[in-house]
Design a protein around this ligand. Sequence first.
Ligand SMILES: Cc1cc2nc3c(=O)[nH]c(=O)nc-3n(C[C@H](O)[C@H](O)[C@H](O)COP(=O)(O)OP(=O)(O)OC[C@H]3O[C@@H](n4cnc5c(N)ncnc54)[C@H](O)[C@@H]3O)c2cc1C
Length: 540
Amino acid sequence: MKYSEYSVVIIGSGAAGLYSALKISQQIALPDGIILITKSKLGESNSMYAQGGIVGVIHQNKDDSVELHVKDTINAGAGLCDIDAVKDISEASDVVINDLISSDINFDEDDNGNLNFTLEAAHSVRRILHSGGDATGKNITTGLMKKVLEDETITIQENSIAVELLIDMDNNCKGVILYNELTGEHEIVYTSALVLATGGVGQVYKYTTNPECTTGDGIALAYNAGAIIQDMEFIQFHPTALALSSESKNRFLISEAVRGEGAKLINHDGKEFMASYHDKRELAPRDVVARAIFSEMKKDHASNVFLNASIIGCKKLLDRFPTISKKCRENGIDISQKPIPVAPAAHYTMGGIKSTIEGRTSIKGLYAIGEVASTGLHGANRLASNSLLECVVMAYELADYLSFANLSIPKKIDEAIRLTIEKYSSALSDDEYDIEQLKNNLKNIMWDNVGIVRTQESLKKAKEEVLKLKKEFKRDSKCLNTQEYEYRNMLTIAMLIIDSALARKESRGAHTRMDYKQSNEHALHTEVVKSTERKLVNVE
Ligand SMILES: Cc1cc2nc3c(=O)[nH]c(=O)nc-3n(C[C@H](O)[C@H](O)[C@H](O)COP(=O)(O)OP(=O)(O)OC[C@H]3O[C@@H](n4cnc5c(N)ncnc54)[C@H](O)[C@@H]3O)c2cc1C
């Protein structure tokens, strides 16, 4: 098998992957260079589609403070935030956001040239920075891509999916196996620092705001390698995705900022309903709004409710939400005149690979940053716009951490690694799979049974059905192509979510059990670890 060696290997080209590549390259003289590997085109990611903005607890905002932001984050997190992680990320935000600004990432300003902060649900002050109105993710991602492409020390490899981590007998991560879609071959990359920046798991659900690449690969790879996986039951369902039909499609997001600017949710009778669910109405925490909409939809036997944004006024809508206005117009909806059909969709993965804010995990040499990681920042429910902040702060802190690490390439390949590599030289059985259909079956099972509300019965039913799908898919390690690898990973993710949801016998944040409606005052994080004989590193 073809192999290469790099001091640092980064998997994923969203905000976390791109910014970490840039910071590491700027800060560290790497003996063997750095490679950024991504499974489709550079920048194709959740980050590219982020609209509303990024939390900026920065000195330019006199109304805000770390204390206020910490309080709001912890309130939204429903008692499960890691307070140190929240404080550290909030405190780092001033330096990191200002570093982005000095790296030519422009945020919108008012007529006097001051940064323009907006409000989103469950924030007590205006603190969300945005760019291009509602194109924040696109502008951050393309801005970072430009810098990464200009940096000659960063090698980029597209169309390559990471399929297995190389872990030695002492539980050190020594590299990764890739499947290169262009050559149809498997390749090995050895390294001393393997960074997973592979994003979330939205694609395991029938309705999601996430693009195709979000199949949970990084979490599945880390789980298979024996890393601690935390809080997978907490999947955030965004309340307002554009619901044009009930087909199984990735859904365009109608950002929370639209509600932040005054839009109202109405049911099929044209009546506002949020007042009967929460005193903050449209700006209640996301899980509350998503459940309220779900409940209205059930009451009306409907597949959507509506968001009336006409109150905001035509000019402001066009200035502030150009992308949303355009997308709706293309689908025959003038949002200054007509209400927008919306419904909840899977949006964000609060759980993931247990890690510190520098991305350290329970496996030495393996780092996880961004949405793939679980630092405890979000607890049981993410506060809007905290995720892009977490991505860039973790990337920044990782670069700092690695500047003190020994980044020389491991020379010794032990028996555990040799056996892992050997599997990829074997021939595949000639079973054929309709992966598109199999993925759809899985997404339906997850949406119907492991969605916005769950019960022991629905979770057990899902488990039985997913186990059946697993049994029918006879590829344990080596697969035929990217689609098969993604499906294999989605099956693993589905099981992790189901098992964690079964284990949490309470309702908390984004996890609603109809059979355990109360919260348990002694609630802890849920951890799942594949049984291996490896000694794990303490993630503190
Ligand atoms: C529609 C939408 C709107 C959002 N709006 C906001 C917002 O306004 N504010 C906010 O803070 N957050 C928002 N979020 C959430 C936020 O965008 C994400 O949490 C964040 O961008 C995640 O960044 P990331 O770099 O961790 O992962 P991603 O941006 O998802 O990047 C993951 C990368 O890894 C690659 N990859 C995955 N698996 C593999 C593999 N096996 N091998 C190689 N490459 C792989 C993918 O192709 C991709 O390039 C939004 C999300 C969506 C979907």
